[in-house]
Design a protein around this ligand. Structure first.
Ligand SMILES: Cc1ncc(C[n+]2csc(CCOP(=O)(O)OP(=O)(O)O)c2C)c(N)n1
Length: 327
């Protein structure tokens, strides 16, 4: 078995501050969405990623435009980091004509091929064979691009995920499998769905490395991803990165999550990826009050503008329902 070497990386102060900006933007986007759902303004299914932002930022930071991502229902932040504007993303959640799917789906299934985003599939895990297929294309075309395939620990139990990992391992495809292990698959805790502790252990059965890391530490996620991407670009095949994390909200905004305790939630909130990273940046003297205020003001303005754009956008015309169809 190959074994993962610690990947060394250096980020400039500007890049570290940019990471903080993304963490805060994605948190603010989801927090606002949650309020909009409660106000009845957004009626699409919303699956909050609050608490899991470090995975999105650590995996997407520095990706090339041509690299593909295959995100989950919970990964709206990956769309933002890949280049979809907060306004268009918000309009998508409002099912407005200016959204990605022009108001034609329940918000979570749109992809953007020009930006390297494959739309989320309802059948969880079904995005991973697609990721392997995209990676096969890159390999056959001799390109050095990579594909990031996201899935939950629940989805890791499906046949699709095993087939995708087996195929990718056999053909040494440039794909990074990112498991967002947030303890619950809907209401099912991990110990009721898996006989092993770490999803990462499964990689060995497919001939590549798997690593379980603190998914709430953005730099740990970045480091693991950069190592995996470097191996993938060099033709050394896939890596499985299991990011241990926790979702603060229920499975979706309509789930009150009665199946977990307040203590458990409080424990995970004490591991909030945002203050952890903020404290780190302050201790390294990368961040001070002025810079923090600048970032927070920018985030607030961008989210406000996104909501205004979505609210002011038109609903789709009925005739639009039969356009963009393939026969
Ligand atoms: C193949 C499949 N089986 C069942 C479901 C129903 N379902 C929707 S969400 C969910 C839980 C998913 O948990 P996980 O994969 O861990 O991702 P998370 O939502 O926790 O991020 C289930 C079982 C589905 N969408 N697809």
């Amino acid at each position: 078995m190959p074994s993962i070497k610690r990947h060394k990386f250096k980020l400039t102060d500007e890049q570290l501050l940019e990471m903080l900006y993304w963490l805060k933007l994605i948190r603010a986007f989801d927090e606002r969405l949650s309020i909009l759902v409660r106000q009845g303004r957004v009626r699409s299914g919303v699956y909050s990623s609050i608490g899991q932002e470090a995975i999105v930022v650590g995996t997407c930071f520095g990706l090339h435009k041509e690299d593909y991502i295959c995100p989950l229902h919970r990964d709206l932040g990956t769309f933002l980091m890949k280049g979809v504007s907060p306004g268009v993303m918000m309009a998508q959640m409002y099912a407005k004509a200016t959204g990605l799917s022009k108001g034609r789906d329940s918000a979570l299934h749109s992809g953007v091929s020009e930006l390297g985003i494959f739309g989320n599939t309802s059948m969880l895990g079904a995005n991973t064979p697609v990721a392997a297929g995209l990676a096969l294309t890159y390999k056959l075309e001799g390109r050095d691009n990579v594909v990031i395939a996201y899935f939950g620990e629940g989805a890791s139990n499906t046949g699709d995920v095993h087939e995708a990992m087996n195929f990718a391992g056999t053909h040494k495809l440039p794909v990074v499998f990112v498991c967002e292990n947030n303890v619950y698959s809907y209401s099912v805790p991990i110990e009721k769905s898996m006989a092993i502790e770490d999803v990462a252990d499964r990689a060995e059965g497919y001939g590549f490395d798997g690593v379980a890391i603190n998914g709430n530490d953005v730099l740990a996620v970045y480091q693991a991803t950069q190592g995996a991407i470097a191996r993938a670009r060099a033709g050394d095949g896939p890596t499985l990165i299991e990011c241990k994390t926790y979702r603060w909200h229920g499975h979706s905004e309509h789930d009150p999550a009665f199946y977990r305790t307040d203590e458990e939630l409080a424990m995970w909130k004490s591991r909030d990826p945002l203050p952890t990273f903020t404290t780190y940046l302050r201790s390294r003297e990368v961040l001070d009050d002025t810079k923090l205020l600048e970032i927070e003001t920018r985030v607030r303005q961008e989210i406000d503008a996104a909501v205004t754009f979505a609210e002011d956008s038109p609903h789709p015309e009925p005739g639009e329902a039969v356009t963009d169809l393939y026969a």
